[in-house]
Design a protein around this ligand. Structure first.
Ligand SMILES: [Zn+2]
Length: 471
């Protein structure tokens, strides 16, 4: 009567009562958790011995740009704008559907191998409108639960005004809207894929297009996702142009609401935090990317206290990882340090953000984020017989502070085992590594003079000219 039975495990359920059950069995049938209890009886297709293992909901990565998985190592230790202008745009302007699909496979592989079962990707690279199709198909084949945000850029790219035809990244309003609607409508009713609409940021689309995107998202009843107040410069420019801060401006157009997701929110004022709370707007915190790019420190403690649902994300290559345990631990340590308060963000709060709160941010809380009878089975299993997470003491701090992505041994999404004993079952790992190397080499070779110069550079000294805009 079960397809899969996990026996004798320590279950960290993340249900409403936040129950932790020891020596517990979990029965799965037709993709759904159908029973939780001690010594469950019944026939089973597959039994997984959970002895000495933690079993918990898979992690939710609320914000990625997976195309950047192919360009890590080019542009680093620098702000987003010089990275963007010197390296990102020249390299990605050559991205085709083949590269796009491979970038998604590479990212999916790393996500599966570090315990992520659901994620959201913001795909705005319409150098070819088939890119986003290739990405979505790759993710569906990987078995991961994916939320794909159709991105929009029509004016600039993160503050870069571009008069030379945008290198293929900026597109015309009507075509973007038509393609986006078509993309969303074709994915309605898909099993693992949900969709959203995502202006790049308030300075990547003009006011008119922003309003039209908001209307379309409301009509299609999908999420609305954009980068808000991530870097201080965008707030200055918004004040100069609209006499409003970044979220205030987006709110004035109708952006805020309980299906709206503001990415970063590093430079939100107290009033804007209250505005997000009052309107039910969600926030995604990307601590490693924010730190790497020198953006600053988001007031996560204050956001949670105000009642905002906050999820965690890696963002793009700036975090140099898809390991959500690394992101979660960093989030906790950063808040504790800047607030000089060891309770500023606790292990329990981080595990909530990694699971059920992240699911709620993406609107997936009815299917994932906790292990409960009736919910879809999105489950990861952590081996505890290892030096760093030997059992004893409370499990949550051991998971959040000691475990690493590669301590996750088995991963189940929608009742299907996608990794067992560290072997990914839905993808050919060797083939993906091979294709990723080929695609990365192709893109870097055509990446322009700055990329060629960087790759040839000897040991770069601090302040090397390629790290800043003016050098
Ligand atoms: Zn981002």
């Amino acid at each position: 009567m079960f397809d899969i039975l996990i026996t004798n495990c320590c279950l960290i359920s993340m249900n409403k009562g936040k129950e932790i059950l020891d020596l517990c069995d979990i029965g799965i049938k037709d993709g759904i958790v159908t029973a939780i209890g001690k010594s469950l009886k019944g026939t089973t297709g597959k039994t997984i011995d959970g002895t000495d293992k933690y079993v918990l909901p898979g992690f939710v990565n609320c914000h990625t740009h997976v195309y950047q998985s192919l360009i890590e190592g080019v542009g680093y230790d620098m702000h987003f704008n010089p990275w963007n202008i010197r390296y990102l745009i020249p390299i990605i302007s050559n991205m085709n559907p083949d590269h796009a699909g491979v970038s998604a496979q590479l990212a999916a592989l790393e996500m599966i191998k570090s315990g992520t079962t659901s994620f959201s990707d913001h795909w705005y690279l319409h150098t070819d409108f088939d890119n986003i199709e290739a990405v979505t198909e790759a993710f569906d084949a990987s078995g991961l639960r994916n939320h794909i945000v159709f991105g929009f850029l029509n004016e600039s790219f993160a503050g870069r005004k571009n008069s030379s035809g945008s290198d293929g990244v900026l597109k015309e309003d009507n075509e973007l809207l038509r393609r986006a609607e078509d993309f969303v409508r074709r994915r309605q009713g898909w099993n693992l894929t949900t969709t959203g609409l995502g202006p790049g940021s308030t300075e990547d689309v003009g006011t008119d297009l922003f309003k039209r995107i908001i209307n379309l998202a409301r009509n299609l009843d999908v999420t609305l996702v954009t980068h808000i107040a991530g870097w201080v410069e965008i707030v200055s420019r918004s004040l100069e142009k609209y006499k409003l801060r970044d979220l205030e401006y987006a709110h004035s157009l109708g952006f805020t609401g309980n299906k709206s997701i503001a990415l970063h929110g590093v430079w939100l004022s107290d009033n804007e935090i209250q505005l997000a709370a009052d309107t039910g707007t969600k926030i995604v915190h990307n601590p490693v990317a924010n730190m790497h790019l020198g953006y600053g420190v988001a007031s996560v403690t204050q956001m949670i206290k105000a009642g905002i649902k906050v999820g965690l994300g890696t963002d793009g290559a700036a975090s140099y990882t898809y390991d959500m345990l690394e992101i979660g631990k960093t989030a906790a340590m950063l808040q504790k340090a800047v607030k000089m308060d060891a309770e500023a963000l606790t292990a329990e709060e981080v595990l909530q953000m990694l699971t059920i709160d992240g699911a709620e941010v993406l609107g997936l809380e009815s299917s994932t984020g906790s292990i409960e009878v009736g919910k879809q089975a999105d489950i990861i299993i952590i081996e505890t017989n290892s030096p760093q997470i030997l059992r004893g003491g409370r499990p949550v701090p051991k998971i959040v502070y000691s475990a690493k992505g590669n301590d996750i041994v088995t991963s189940i999404v929608n009742g299907k085992i996608i990794m067992e004993d560290r072997i990914v079952l839905t993808m050919d790992e060797d083939e993906i590594i091979k294709r990723s190397n080929e695609c990365r080499a192709e893109l870097l070779e055509k990446g322009g003079d700055a990329t060629a110069e960087l790759l040839k550079a000897p040991w770069p000294e601090k302040g090397a000219s390629w790290r800043n805009l003016d050098g």
